[in-house]
Ligand binder design. Structure first.
Ligand SMILES: Cc1cc2nc3c(=O)[nH]c(=O)nc-3n(C[C@H](O)[C@H](O)[C@H](O)COP(=O)(O)OP(=O)(O)OC[C@H]3O[C@@H](n4cnc5c(N)ncnc54)[C@H](O)[C@@H]3O)c2cc1C
Length: 506
């Protein structure tokens, strides 16, 4: 039987991102994927198009994968384009809540004082195929073994290791991570509890020939019967039918059914001549009560499912992968401080729960009937205010995400700002090797000797920044989260204590 440090089930975006993190950290990794290969019409644009938020884009940037991602998405590279602004520009797109679009001019950036511009875009529409091809290429370069056409049919574990069963033979690993999507079998085999709320609606995405498309309004339309989206590309539609999730999703929706739903929701007599592709989803919102049972962990849709409204599933899953990767690698290498792996659930479970609630709040606001219509009026008024827009923007863009990891400085627990040093180096450039980063912004060497004790786990850099946001030094975890920060003069004792907390004994 093959033996690995980690076996990942599922070569979706989350499984592949996690595989890259673990490969970068020098772990032996196998990824098992039941599909015969990475290509599928559902993963290509436009049906496979997903909105990536700043946090996800920065995760690619910090690992040197932003240009490949932009190139795979048909966009120009940003390498060499110096972002010399020292403050973030007003966003050009701020998202929506329950199909009510935000005015980006109303976002109050002062509410996010520790954000600096970075070379990537604020928001990126990328298709799953592009995301996965970039990750697959990098994972294999890092020595990860990706096996397609392998269906996982069972998992067993004891104190020493776990075994993933795949028909004829098994793969043994010290740890198994289920990244096998919303219908995860790993979740079931390992006995995770999956709890939440049942659906209010059935959603559909489809590619159709429409005889009279002018009868449908372009964009996102909230109607008294539900909601429909007419996407910019011809024939691409989305619909939400508040049927209590009654549609039997084990069967393929027929042309007649889709047309009936579309006519009812849009209040038109539009005709769908032919259906080329169609799939359904619901707003069922469920989450496992923990992300770890023994030697089995979950990430991405395997740990949390909710409606795609608000475009957060992939972003949340990539956040899981970033958070888990370095902690699991430190555990495998035997230098993780006590309890480090448990901070994965402690930090990521509340984020997942907030995303589920966000999707529930939108479904409740969109459902047909006088109560939701009254609620829509209130929400619309709030979204017309600067505070309302800023709040929703913080939730939708991920800008308001932070972990409660203790410490006094307000930057601790937040994503590290992309500090730009006097020599042009950016924080993001310094994070490519997957180690933590001790960045002293005094140009002096108060922390150098302490940092040297952990040099195999963190990199130490000193310099001055164009805009240091009043911070004199910070310790950044490999996932980009600030573990410690100080001002005005860095305190080596407090720094050493933070190093021990996150990176173990030197
Ligand atoms: C219409 C729609 C629009 C969306 N828009 C957005 C958006 O704009 N932004 C956003 O952030 N999210 C969006 N999402 C959600 C996003 O697509 C998912 O959250 C994301 O794809 C989850 O990634 P994953 O890797 O966890 O799971 P998946 O992408 O589902 O990958 C799981 C993989 O595991 C494999 N697998 C399953 N079972 C087994 C098994 N037994 N053995 C081996 N392999 C197995 C599967 O074949 C699959 O490749 C949208 C979803 C939908 C449906």
């Amino acid at each position: 039987m093959d033996e690995f440090d980690i076996a990942i089930v599922g070569a979706g975006p989350v499984g592949l991102f996690l595989a890259c993190e673990l490969g970068l950290a020098g772990c032996s990794v196998v990824v098992l994927e039941r599909e015969p290969g990475p290509r599928s019409p559902w993963r290509a644009a436009p049906l496979g198009t997903r909105g990536l938020t700043t946090a996800s884009i920065e995760a690619f940037y910090r690992r040197g994968m932003l240009d490949p991602l932009l190139s795979a998405s048909g966009l120009p590279a940003v390498t060499g384009v110096e972002t010399d602004a020292d403050e973030r520009a007003q966003p050009s797109f701020a998202g929506h809540f329950a199909a009510m679009t935000l005015d980006p001019a109303h976002v109050d950036l002062a509410a996010f004082p520790f954000r600096l511009p970075s070379p990537g875009p604020e928001m990126l529409m990328a298709d799953l195929e592009a995301v996965e091809s970039v990750l697959y290429e990098r994972a294999t370069k890092l020595g990860v073994q990706v096996e397609y056409g392998v269906t996982v049919s069972g998992i067993s574990q004891d104190d020493e290791r776990a075994v993933v069963h795949t028909g004829g033979h098994g793969h043994a690993a010290r740890w198994v991570v289920g990244c096998d999507g919303g219908r995860s079998v790993v979740r079931g085999f390992a006995g995770f509890e999956f709890v939440g709320t049942e659906p209010m609606f059935t959603g559909y995405t489809l590619l159709a020939t429409i005889a009279d498309p002018e009868k449908l309004r372009p964009g996102f339309n909230l109607t008294p019967q539900g909601a429909y989206i007419r996407m910019p590309r011809d024939g691409h539609l989305g619909m939400m039918d508040f049927d209590g999730g009654a549609f039997d999703r084990s069967r393929q929706p027929t042309r007649e059914h889709l047309q009936e739903v579309l006519r009812r929701i849009s209040g038109t007599d539009v005709t769908l001549t032919e259906i080329h592709l169609a799939s359904s989803f619901t707003d069922r919102a469920m989450q496992t009560t923990t992300y770890r049972r023994g030697r089995v962990l979950l990430a991405g849709d395997a740990a949390h499912i909710h409606s795609p409204m608000g475009g957060q599933g992939l972003n949340t899953g990539l956040g899981d992968a970033m958070n888990l990767g370095w902690k699991l690698a430190a555990t495998v290498h035997g230098h993780a401080p006590d309890g480090l792996l448990d901070t994965y659930t402690e930090e990521r479970h509340p984020i997942g729960a907030r995303v589920l609630d966000w999707s529930r709040a939108q479904a409740a606001t969109m459902r047909p009937g006088p109560y939701a219509q009254a609620l829509q009026g209130v929400v619309r008024d709030l979204l017309g205010t600067r505070d309302g827009t800023t709040y929703v923007y913080g939730r939708v863009s991920g800008a308001s995400i932070h972990y409660d990891v203790g410490g006094e400085h307000p930057l601790i627990g937040h994503d590290a700002p992309d500090f730009r040093l006097a020599d042009g180096t950016r924080l993001g450039d310094l994070m490519q090797d997957g180690r933590g980063l001790a960045l002293e912004l005094t140009g002096d060497h108060h922390l150098r000797d302490t940092a040297a004790k952990w040099e195999n786990r963190i990199q130490y850099v000193t310099g001055t920044a164009h805009n240091n946001l009043g911070v004199s030094a910070l310790l950044v975890r490999p996932d980009g989260v600030v573990a410690w920060a100080d001002t005005p003069t860095p305190n080596p004792t407090a720094f050493e204590s933070a190093l021990g907390t996150w990176f173990g004994t030197p």
